[in-house]
Design a protein. Sequence first.
Length: 712
Amino acid sequence: MSRSRKHGKKGRPRQEELLKAFQRVDKPLKLQELFSLLGISKTQREWVEEMVESLVSQGRLIRMGRAFGLVKKMPMQMGTLEIQRSGVGFVIPEDKRHRDIFISRSALGGAWHGDKVLVTVLPRRRGKNPEGRIVRVVERFHSRIAVKIIRQLGHGTFFSRPVDPKLGFNVIIDQTGAVGQPSLADIVLVRPEAEIDGGTWSARLEEILGSEEDVRVQETLVKTGFAIPTTFSEGVLSEAGLLPETPQEKDLIGRQDLTKVSLVTIDGANARDFDDAVCVSRENSGWRLWVAIADVSHYVAPGSALDREAEERGNSYYFPASVEPMLPEKLSNGLCSLVPAQPRLAMVAEILFSFQGLPIEERFYPALIRSRARLTYDQVKRAILDSDQGEQERLEVHLPMLYQAEALARELLARREERGSLDFDLPEPEILIDICDHAKDVRPRPRHFGHQIIEEFMLAANEAVARFLEQREARFLFRNHPSPDLEKLESLFKLLRFTSIGSSLPEKRDAKGLQTLFSAAKGTEMEFLVNRLALRSMMQAGYSPVNEGHFGLASDCYCHFTSPIRRYADLVVHRALKAALSEEPPRTAGEKRLKNTAEHINAMERKAVEAEREIVKRLTILFLREKVGETYSGIISSLTDFGFWVELKEVMAEGMVRLSTLTDDYYIFLDKRHELLGERTGRSLRLGQEVRVRLVSADLSRLEVNLELEGS
């Protein structure tokens, strides 16, 4: 074989050939040894050196003095660094078979939170976890970071600190350029360039965001901190721009015409996308439910620029004052938004239920629909639940359908409860924003049976589609929820055995047993304790091509079908459904590809949840900064050996009472009893106990709310 054919185009070796050479000799190689082994000519050496450096940057080779070695042959692992608030970190290995690796502050090796790193495992252990030292940053997670201006050092030079408390270094801004001069305490975006010395980096100013009091400034820095995309590429926008404004004649081929069915959308007053419409009619044998979902898959082809972008994002990201959609506005707010009076393409789940709420007949098909109205949850509540005469007059044409919808939803809920479906019904915070873009209140988000109607219909459609696809042996993504952590669940039952509800404890530790437990605790002093500890025993739900059931819903087979505008998993399910309905060979993803997709969108879902939690926490702290010194009622929500957290009742917020502020006694932490006990006084502080506290501080830089027990 000629040298040219052996090394590919123009005789240049490929990366895989270099790696195979390292594997053959089974030892680290110097560049000269590599050249000799592969017969590299002088003209090719620069090319090979660049390729070796590329493999080093990818984390596949590592520099060992003057030689290079295979990372997978070394006692090293690749993973993502997660910094804790204490300053230590854990590397989450890419190989899921390995435990997380503890990293002390002195072993971070210049790595930042979120970085992809190489870590060498040390012989000692940190509890259950191995301990390691970071030897190389393979890829920075942050190319830009948000910082707060602390002081000016000179003309155009500023001292600042990252707003993310997990980024524990200082930043000197010495290049302001055409961006302008920031003011003291401004939040700005910078691009770090070089480490000046341990713990201090130089950076170039890229954007001045403004005051930290501004809700939109806080949202921007959270989006930056979590690397949430805020723009679409030209290629994606160009592809979206080629789509029509409304469905065309050719789009209607093979679709059922449902434009005469009285479908309506029911969402929150501030909803930003409308991807589901419903209708219920009463028949002799029961209720017929139509759930029509925007047919995003008709416009987003597999492998297209739109598809690749949607998969990369995984889901839309929602914030109090903005949204970063999974798809461009042309789709999310236009062509795929089920706005009233406009023709729209949809995938429909049509289900006939008995009067007992049991499915009798199920059909799935593509359709053309035209929503009759955009209703809100509160409108439905006022008209149907409160019998508000004014609202009933406004919704007169829809009232008969809405009454049937309520009746069906109550039966569906009753059937779910019978089989053991769980509903923790914990309040979610809602941020109210004033006209100056400042947080003016943090309160529980209202929830009533108006919300439940739509929730029951979406659950029923999701289950029906999952059953149909599983029966057809289709490849798609299930939404799984594993059984709870048995050890945590058993600890809860042991704790409750000697309480007021001890005699009501169920024998079984399944969903039905937990439901019985919730019923026994409801309305008693144990309700908070039971709900919180049961929730902590729950595993995280996620997507997988393998069906593992959904514990929380007590469902043997479940998927997400109802939100393809904002969740990529639903788009995958729509494609599988179309393939299953078609007589043509399916064009769905292969098993390995589907598994990789599931792992990626699970990670994106976790990122979205964490980002949304952080913005709520930031805006809550901004709101509370004006309330320092005030007293509140609260419930102890969690305990540790250094203090306890309290959920405030008057405002939807949580803060910490540190043991160092309790001067009446020395307290010991009884982990299994979820209790702090005074050694001298016998005073007890328990999970779920009501307390009165004073707000001491609300620290945005550390994301902390500090409280003191009143009178302590």
